[in-house]
Design a protein around this ligand. Structure first.
Ligand code: 5GP
Length: 115
């Protein structure tokens, strides 16, 4: 069996994280190096490496990730003022962990375009 990804280890409680949400499809936990007052990662339980590797079979998971991100944003109180969801794919996208994750960033005005 392939080595577990970092986020599978968080999923399996082998690495600690502040988990804010968990359901049948995904979990959400605070980023270890927050880039905004609210910085949460929403990750599928399934180790899909990156968004461009998702397939038709992952349609429900992808939808559930978005719903969970919105729900966590509301719960953390950033939905009214606004927030951003970001997915980094590959080297140019800034991906560092090869397990699909949605960044939820909020709590301050975010610049656009991103760097
Ligand atoms: P990427 O650069 O792949 O889009 O995002 C990976 C994110 O994972 C980064 O924002 C990084 O701070 C976060 N991260 C890396 N290692 C850990 C960890 O051990 N725990 C948590 N909670 N976040 C991590």
């Amino acid at each position: 069996m392939a080595d577990k990804t970092l986020f599978e280890k968080i999923r399996d409680r082998e690495i600690p994280a502040e988990i804010l949400h968990e359901d049948e499809w995904c979990l959400a936990f605070r980023d270890i190096s927050p880039q905004a007052p609210v910085h949460v990662l929403v990750v599928p339980r399934k180790a899909i490496p990156r968004i461009g590797a998702a397939t038709e079979e992952d349609v429900e998971i992808l939808g559930r990730l978005m719903l969970a991100a919105g729900e966590v944003a509301r719960r953390l109180g950033v939905a009214e003022d606004g927030f951003r969801l970001a997915i980094n794919h590959g080297r140019n996208g800034g991906e560092t962990v090869p397990h699909l994750h949605v960044h939820l960033l909020g709590g301050r005005a975010l610049g656009w375009p991103p760097g």
